[in-house]
Write a protein that binds this ligand. Structure first.
Ligand SMILES: Nc1ncnc2c1ncn2[C@@H]1O[C@H](COP(=O)(O)OP(=O)(O)OP(=O)(O)O)[C@@H](O)[C@H]1O
Length: 176
C-alpha cells in the first residue's frame, strides 16, 4: 500500500475467559505474512497493519506508533486514534493491562519521547502537553479532567493547526 498520511491498523484481541466459557469462537484471523484479515472462510480485508491475538503491546507500538515520534520531533502533528466497539480492546491498547509488560501505547510514547528529548543535541526548549479525549456517541469527554464530565467539548483549530478544547455547559448531555 502507498505511503499515506492516515494509516489503519486492525488488532484482534484474544477471547476473554468468559467468552471461552460461553463457547464463543474466533471468526476472524490475520492472513499469515500479510496485513489482511479474513472474516470467516472467504472475505478478506486489507489494512496497513494487522495484528493477531498473540501480538504484544510492544509489537503494536513499534510497528505503528514509534515511527510517529521521529516525525513529531521534526515538527509534524501525529494522532493515534483507537476505534472499535465496546470491549474490543481500545483501553487495553492505549493504557495497557494489569501487568508491567502490558503497558499501553501512552506509556511507551511518554518513555521514548522524553528519552529522545534528552538525547536531542540541539539547544531547543521543548514543551510537552498531553490531552486524552474519549469520543463516544458523537460527544467528547476529557479523560484527564473529570470536572468536564457534564460539559460538551468542541475541538477548535487555529490557522496554524494548533488545537484547543472549548467547553460549554450542556445540562442534558449524556457522556459515558
Ligand atoms: N490484546 C489483548 N490481550 C489481552 N486482553 C485484552 C486485549 N485487548 C483487550 N483485552 C481485554 O479485553 C477486555 C476489554 O478491553 P477494553 O476494556 O480495552 O475494551 P474497550 O474497547 O476499551 O471497551 P469500552 O469501549 O467498553 O471502554 C479487557 O478485559 C481487556 O483487558
Amino acid at each position: 500500500m502507498a505511503d499515506v498520511c492516515v494509516k489503519v491498523a486492525v488488532r484482534i484481541r484474544p477471547l476473554l475467559p468468559k467468552e471461552v466459557l460461553h463457547a464463543h469462537r474466533v471468526c476472524v484471523r490475520v492472513v499469515p505474512g500479510s496485513s489482511q484479515v479474513m472474516l470467516g472462510q472467504q472475505r478478506t480485508f486489507s489494512f496497513h497493519h494487522a495484528f493477531g491475538p498473540e501480538a504484544s503491546q510492544d509489537e503494536v507500538y513499534k510497528e505503528c506508533v514509534r515511527p510517529l515520534l521521529d516525525t513529531l520531533l521534526d515538527g509534524y502533528n501525529a494522532t493515534v486514534f483507537c476505534y472499535g466497539q465496546t470491549g474490543s480492546g481500545k483501553t487495553y491498547t492505549l493504557d495497557g493491562g494489569s501487568l508491567v509488560e502490558e503497558g499501553g501505547l501512552t506509556d511507551r510514547v511518554a518513555q521514548d519521547l522524553f528519552c529522545l528529548l534528552d538525547e536531542s543535541s540541539e539547544v531547543v526548549e521543548y514543551s510537552v502537553t498531553l490531552s486524552y479525549l474519549e469520543l463516544y456517541m458523537e460527544e467528547l469527554r476529557d479523560l484527564l479532567e473529570l470536572a468536564t464530565a457534564n460539559k460538551t467539548l468542541h475541538i477548535r483549530e487555529d490557522e496554524r493547526g494548533n488545537t484547543a478544547k472549548i467547553g460549554s455547559r450542556c445540562a442534558s448531555c449524556q457522556i459515558r
